[in-house]
Each structure stands twice: as C-alpha cells, then as structure tokens.
Write a protein that binds this ligand. Sequence first.
Ligand code: GUN
Length: 293
Amino acid sequence: MILINGKETAANIKMEIATEVAAMIDNGKKGPHLAAVLVGDDPASQTYVNGKEKACREVGMTSSIYRLPEETTEKEVLDIVDYLNNDDEIDGFIVQLPLPKHIDENKVIMRIKPEKDVDGFHPVNVGRMVLGLPSYISATPFGIIELIKRYKIETEGKRVVVLGRSNIVGSPIAILLSRKTYPGNATVTLCHSRTKKLKQIARSADILIVAMGQPHFVTEDMVKKDAVVIDVGIHRVPSDQTNSGFKLIGDVDFDRVASKTSYITPVPRGVGPMTIVSLIMNTLKAAKKEIYS
Ligand code: GUN
C-alpha cells in the first residue's frame, strides 16, 4: 500500500510556484494577485481564508482580503465583485462560501467575470470544463487530478466509482475522469444517496473517490483488493487519544481499509492540503492569462 502524501505534494507544488512567481517578478512583470471576499464571521470560513492568505505569502503572491460584516447587503457584495472584476491589479478572486442567508450565492457567483473566477464556480467555467475547453477547475477536483498525475496512477480503462454528487466535488471529478486524456479515459459511475446496491458498486471500483460527507462511510467490505482510494471527507470527532480531545477523520475507515488498497489518501494530510494549492495554481494561470488569452 502506498500512502498518497497530499501534504508533501502540496509543499512541492508550492516550491514550483514560488520559483515561477520569482521569475515573473525578476523579469519585471507584475506578480500574481489573489483577492478574497469574506462576509460574516463563520469560523471555518475565517480559517480557510487565512490559509489562502498564508499560502499566497509562501509563494510570493500578493493577496487582499475584503472582510465584510454579516449585515452586508447583497448589493454591497455585488458592488465589490464589480470592483474586483474591473481592477486590473487583481488577477483572480474568490467569494468565500457560504454567504449569509440573505445573499443569493448564485447571483454573486454569476457576477464574477469568468476570467477572474479562480474558484471555477461560474457556469462558464463549469461548462467549459464539461466540454473539455480550457477552464478554471475548482480546488478539490483539481487537487485530486494533480495527486493522480503526480503518483502516476493509471486511469485509462479503469472503473472509477465516485460516491457523492456535489457540484464542487463529485460531479466535476466524475466528468474529469471520463475525459479523453490523462488522467481520464476511465469508466465512471457516480453514486449518491438514492443509489441502490451502493456497496456492491463501490466494491467493483479500481479507483474509489469518496465525497459523501459521512464519517467512516466506507468500510472494508466496500473496497476491492488493490483499489485506489481517494478520501475527500474531513470530520472533527471527539477522541480520547489526543490532547485536544478531538481528531480529524475522513469518509473512509482508514485503519480498516488501508491495508487492502494499492494507494490511499489519509485524513488529514491527503486531499485537504491540495485544495489551497489548487487555488494558487489557478491564480498563477490567471496572472499568465493561460486559460483566457
Ligand atoms: N467554502 C468551502 N470551500 C470553498 C471554496 O473552495 N471556495 C469558496 N469560495 N468557498 C468555499
């Protein structure tokens, strides 16, 4: 069994990006600039945005965070989106989700210029991704694709089973792995809460990607011997084995499943660290005008 080390892979990618950013600046070009809009004081969102700011700093990119109070109106958020859309200094930006309930998230996402939508959430980017055109791919599927590439995992002709059909993980990764390229050319089955015989389908997977959002959903009997298992889940649960009294676990029962697999991502230090790095990669692409030239 090979442990897919997302933390180490993310650190390597950050070093590669840092080299490229330094070269851009040495050549007299403007360094990449990412902006983030954070509305309200959701603690998880604050942590994510702080992580994005730290990652920018580590690779020598500029970041700006627009912190707005919970009571900010939808119009005010849309005005900031318009401002960032038109500011040539900003290469790409994100609006951290979830937004407070009185703000229509779809309306905000649709207002972002696709050229600056480094989250890859705008329908134009999603549509381009589905059609195989150059697009920003959202952070989690992009991170999974990068892990598959860097660990040289074969996907052609393989049976991939994706558990979970969310717009930002399950659906895009299912589409990406069925593309006519590498990683891709796989036969993909997308399972969800209404799927019948889910265990049996999971057990047929050469590559099992789990994004159900349920702690330890995948048990030993759902995994074929020598399968590749990618766990997107992350849950904070009480534990008597740690000083904090909590530990992080995934959607896969790692301790029971790992020995059966050929490759597996742990939680933490698996897919998680790859997501911020994916956003940074998209920001570099935005600065280089690689997707929309
Ligand atoms: N909330 C949780 N994950 C994400 C993400 O990748 N992007 C944004 N904008 N909000 C999030």
